[in-house]
Every structure is written in C-alpha cells, then in structure tokens.
Design a protein around this ligand. Structure first.
Ligand code: BDR
Ligand code: CA
Length: 311
C-alpha cells in the first residue's frame, strides 16, 4: 500500500476523499491527516476531520491541526458552498477522538524524514499552506516526497471562486507557487476533471442504497453540496473534486492528462491564483506537473460506491 498524508479542509468532498482512502487499505495506508484552514476556519476543519475518522470507525488515525491562515493573505472561506460547519448535510456527532498535540507542519516534516526517501505521498485537498510551510521550514524534504497528488487549479474550466481561479489555489497562491516550484513530482486534479465527477441522482441513490451510516452520510453530504453547483453552473449534481485524488491512488487508469509546465499567478488582481497550464506546449518552460484533463466518471463512481460499501 502507498503511504500517504492527507492534507485537508473538510468540506463534504474532502470527507468523501478521506472515506475512500480509509476504505482502501490494500492500496492506501493513511499515516495521518493534517487539517488546514480553507473551506471553513481551522477550528472547524480539524474538528470535521475527526468527525469523518469517527464515522469510518478509524479513531486510530492521528489528526493534526496546521496553519490557520494563508502565508501572506487573509483567509477566504467557502461557506456559500459547504455551509456554516463546512460539513452541512448529515447530523454527525461531535468527535471524541483527540487532536494530536504536534503541529501539522512538523508532522509532515518528521514523517518524510522518518521514512525512506520516495515512499511517502502527500495528498493536499485544500489550500497549500501546510505543504508550502513544511517545504520552507525543511527544504530537505522536497526530494524525499514520492509524489504530491493534489486537487486544485483549472485550465479549460477556468475558475470557481473568481473567473480565473480555482478555490484551493486562489486562497493561498504564494503557497501554491512554492509547491509547484518544489521539484517534487506533482499530479494535479483540476476542475477540468472534477467537474466531470458529478453526483447525479442515480449515483446519489446508489450511496443511499448502501444502507449504512457511511452511505447515508455521503448521500446527505452530496445532497447539500450539490445545490451550489446546480444553481451556479446548472450542473447535474455535486462535483466530487477531492475524491479524484484518492481515486487516482487506487485506479490511476481512470484518469488521463499531460505532463506539462504549470505556473501560478501571484501578482495580477484579475487572475490571482490562476494555474497557467502550458497544455499545448507553447513555451519551453520545463514540465513540472502532470495535469489531468479527463476521467472515466462511471468507473470512478463504481469504484467509490464499491469502496464505501466496505466501511
Ligand atoms: C476545492 O475547493 C473546495 O471547496 C473543495 O473542497 C475542493 O477542494 C474545489 O475548488
Ligand atoms: Ca477541499
């Protein structure tokens, strides 16, 4: 199994991504989960992370709180998408499992140093503040990272928080810039892919039909989360952005993309946080990321439903 650290800001789609990872121990070993401020403030994202671990009966997973604000900017949140708690939809009990004492950034650094180089994968599902802070604090970790598989950015689909930018990159563009320049192998799940992972009515029914607390919670979370994209984009259901990351670790064959140069806009007012992806290779800037462009949506939902049934 691939050893991973999930860095997250739950978020209903983050929650589903975590559940998918925890349901797949043959392919994925979750070493720990680090929370970051993003969809909602840190106090809620770290709490929501523990709520999800408890829903999956995995109180053994160490959960760490990380950065409570972007590197250089005030935090922008997304309650308009995820609700006041970040996890609106189901009614889930407050967590009783502890939050670890260590800071998320130190956990990331120490874990990468403690394992053989090239054996720990980072899975960021929110703004890249924790990952960038770790890279700045401990530059020796960059070559030790097996891969960074992240949800963020957009190319053809452009933006969801501004006309030009996707939320995770927009919230902390300086952090994203550090990550994309780190030299670590990067795989990106942009909106181009995640807007194809739509929870249509039959897919939502399939979650509910599992007849388990997890299936019911996922159905209620995606019910809640879909209203924003339906109203805004007229889309057929909630886009499961973050689960694309954990699905990729299990079934990379469901995704196709290109190894290209991706740079982050950090100065422009209009296009702040844009992922400038050289999809057509019109520059000679070196490739630094595999930018996904397409996904087998039916295969993705079959995998997700089959795995959630195991929890
Ligand atoms: C990303 O932003 C958040 O709202 C979601 O959890 C996802 O990580 C999509 O732009
Ligand atoms: Ca997220």
């Amino acid at each position: 199994a691939r050893k991973i650290i999930i860095d997250t800001d739950p978020g209903q789609d983050d929650a589903v991504a975590i559940l998918l990872a925890l349901a797949s121990p043959e392919e994925i070993e979750v070493l720990g989960i680090t929370a970051v401020a993003g969809n909602v403030p840190l106090a809620l994202t770290q709490k929501n992370t523990r709520i999800i671990c408890e829903l999956a009966n995995r109180t053994d997973i160490p959960v760490f709180a990380g950065c409570d604000a972007p590197l250089k900017r005030p935090l922008v949140t997304a309650e308009h998408v995820h609700g006041k708690t970040g996890l609106d939809g189901p009614t889930l009990p407050d967590p009783t499992m502890p939050l670890q004492d260590a800071h998320a950034v130190d956990f990331i650094i120490e874990t990468l140093r403690a394992h053989p180089a090239g054996t720990v994968t980072l899975c960021p599902l929110g703004p890249l503040t924790n990952i960038a802070t770790a890279l700045e604090k401990a530059p020796d970790i960059a070559p030790r990272i097996a891969e960074i598989v992240l949800m963020g950015g957009a190319y053809f689909e452009v933006g969801n928080i501004t006309p030009a930018a996707e939320f995770n990159i927009y919230v902390d563009p300086e952090a994203a810039d550090i990550v994309f320049r780190s030299g670590a192998p990067i795989t990106v799940m942009p909106l181009d892919v995640t807007h194809k992972a739509l929870v249509t009515k039959p897919r939502n029914d399939a979650f509910r039909a599992l007849g388990t607390p997890v299936g019911e919670a996922v159905a209620l979370m995606t019910d809640f989360f879909e209203r924003f994209d339906k109203e805004k984009y007229g889309s057929a259901g909630a886009p499961l952005h973050d689960p694309c990351v954990t699905a990729y670790l299990i079934r990379s064959d469901l995704f196709t993309g290109r190894h290209i140069n991706v740079e982050i806009e950090t100065t422009s007012e209009l296009t702040l946080g844009m992922t400038v992806a050289d999809w057509w290779g019109v520059t000679d800037r070196p490739a630094n990321a595999t930018f996904m462009g397409d996904l087998d949506a039916d295969g993705f939902f079959a995998l997700l439903t089959e795995r959630l049934a195991r929890l």
